[in-house]
Design a protein around this ligand. Structure first.
Ligand SMILES: [Zn+2]
Length: 167
């Protein structure tokens, strides 16, 4: 669970970096590409999970740090979980963004337009298509989140951050 959470979050850490230093580049690039996920993305995710997850989640949610650290030990499962989170992020971004750097640097990100953006682009307006697609995906993602919160409300924090549901 920790690797999955961190991996699913890591691609978007490039957004503020590219805003600040991108010099006209789109705000999704390296960490939203397959090559970026398999290199920098998985490395950053494993390092963050291994060294920052336990102290941060323990301090913020009062979960026993030793339990968190044992869940974050370096292993093939951790690496696989990080990759699952990273690729899950890319898969969710794919239908709702007007450009997708999935195959960057070989394919121009503007050549891969999200299917939902195309479907909702009234009169060819990509911006309104993106806004509608973004709202739809957000609402669709809210449903499983609410189901998880309701199902595990008595052990919510340990359930969310550790997947420790058998208490
Ligand atoms: Zn993203």
């Amino acid at each position: 669970m920790p690797g999955l959470i961190v991996g699913s979050f890591v691609p978007d850490i490039e957004v503020p970096v590219l805003w600040l230093f991108g010099g006209g580049l789109p705000d999704h690039l390296i960490l939203h590409s397959i090559i970026g996920v398999l290199t920098i993305g998985v490395l950053v995710s494993v390092l963050v999970t291994r060294f920052l997850y336990a102290p941060a989640i323990s301090a913020l949610f009062g979960i026993e740090r030793a339990k968190l650290e044992s869940a974050c030990a370096t292993s093939y499962v951790l690496i696989g979980s990080c990759l699952l989170g990273l690729f899950g992020h890319l898969l969710l971004d794919l239908p709702m963004h007007p450009y997708n750097p999935l195959l960057w640097p070989w394919v121009n990100p503007n050549a891969i337009v999200g299917i939902l953006v195309i479907l909702f682009a009234q009169g060819g307006n990509i911006e309104s298509g993106f806004a509608a697609a973004n709202q739809l995906v957000s609402v669709v993602m809210l449903v499983p989140l609410l189901a998880i919160v309701i199902k595990h409300r008595h052990v919510l924090w340990s359930s969310l951050w550790l997947d420790e549901t058998r208490k």
